[in-house]
Design a protein around this ligand. Structure first.
Ligand SMILES: Nc1ncnc2c1ncn2[C@@H]1O[C@H](COP(=O)(O)OP(=O)(O)OP(=O)(O)O)[C@@H](O)[C@H]1O
Ligand SMILES: [Mg+2]
Length: 325
């Protein structure tokens, strides 16, 4: 049996009904010590159900889940003690102050009165909520509410933190603040599994990313490896002062490693098109210089823009463009 922070083997969840829904269709996943693993998937992909199974809130139909080697189905009480959980929906107690939300959580996890009081004070300080300690959850901002949810989730010092879309609906400042906190927690030795829809966040902050769709993990790897293996290299937009003619198209198409994809897409709100070509290439290395030299005899270059493959394009390439529920 593995003593990894988290190990899922062939996990399946079918919800009964007409028709029944297979929310999780056979997931295998290992989360290693001290990593931040991102779970990325469209709406309805099965992220929350997977997290629910790990937190023991949802019972899997098939498969095995172990948290630090402990079977989550057979021994949910032990597993819950080692987990910190922030669910997708706000689960703060609206009738308790911020401080009380922490205090009663600490008490629930077995801390004595004095220890729970000290821990609640310390958490409010650390999560920059001390000046609102006596406020009620409906009186604070979304960013503060999420900080409080995370403070509560780590109050009993769990070794594995599960965050289900912690930054959804937050402004950029709050999202950055939240990720700084998560990164700090990881630096303290915590392992983190986080679901998110924000591709740039996952790219910048996760050690590995699992892309999940229709209840299955399609790929799991570092963001760089995903972009290398599933991205389409770089996109080079060649802006010209006049529409590209056959000669410039042919010259560009002859540059090694370059494919002419199309004319530049319509920009501007009025749908006007800029003159030029959109190319794709494996990388910019050795390409851009040759490209400029190839264009110059036939056309006047206005500008050149290079777009790196993003995790978003990997995500769309793997999960498609169909709208979900
Ligand atoms: N209790 C339930 N009963 C029936 N079907 C459910 C239940 N919970 C989830 N589902 C279905 O299972 C599928 C996966 O849902 P889940 O909430 O895990 O997706 P998600 O990836 O978290 O989506 P989102 O990004 O919208 O939060 C969906 O089709 C959903 O409608
Ligand atoms: Mg969800």
């Amino acid at each position: 049996m593995s003593d990894l922070p988290l190990s899922l083997r062939h996990v399946v969840k079918r919800f009964p009904g007409t028709p029944p829904v297979t929310a999780v269709a056979g997931i295998d996943l290992d989360v290693t010590h001290g990593e931040i693993l991102g779970l990325l998937g469209p709406n309805g992909a099965g992220k929350s159900t997977t997290i629910g199974i790990i937190t023991t809130r949802v019972r899997p139909t098939e498969g095995a889940v172990t948290v630090f080697g402990v079977d989550a189905v057979a021994d949910p009480a032990t597993v819950k003690g080692t987990l910190g959980v922030v669910q997708q929906a706000n689960t703060l107690d609206r009738r308790l102050t911020l401080w009380e939300n922490l205090y009663y959580h600490c008490r629930y996890f077995g801390l004595g009165r004095g220890a729970a009081r000290r821990r609640s004070d310390e958490l409010l300080d650390r999560f920059r909520l001390a000046d609102r300690r006596d406020a009620l959850p409906p009186q604070i901002s979304g960013g503060m509410a999420q900080r409080l949810q995370i403070a509560r989730a780590v109050a009993h010092d769990p070794a594995l933190l599960l965050l289900d879309e912690p930054t959804a609906g937050l402004d950029p400042q709050s999202r950055i603040a939240l990720w700084e906190l998560v990164t700090e927690l990881r630096a303290d030795g915590m392992t983190v599994l986080v679901s998110t829809h924000y591709m740039e966040e996952a790219d910048a902050l996760c050690d590995r990313v699992a892309i999940i769709d229709h209840g299955r993990i399609l790929v799991v790897d570092t963001p760089d490896a995903l972009k290398r293996d599933h991205g389409d290299g770089v996109v080079i937009d060649v802006g010209l002062t006049a529409p590209a003619d056959a000669a410039v198209r042919a010259a560009v198409a002859d540059v090694p490693g370059v494919r002419v994809v199309d004319d530049l897409p319509a920009t501007g709100h009025d749908g006007t098109t800029q003159a030029g070509l959109r190319l794709s290439a494996a990388s910019t290395e050795g390409t851009v210089g040759t490209l400029v030299a190839a264009v110059t005899p036939h056309a006047t270059l206005r500008d050149l823009r290079v777009h790196e493959t993003t995790l978003e394009s990997v995500f769309i390439a793997l999960t498609g463009r169909d709208l979900r529920e």
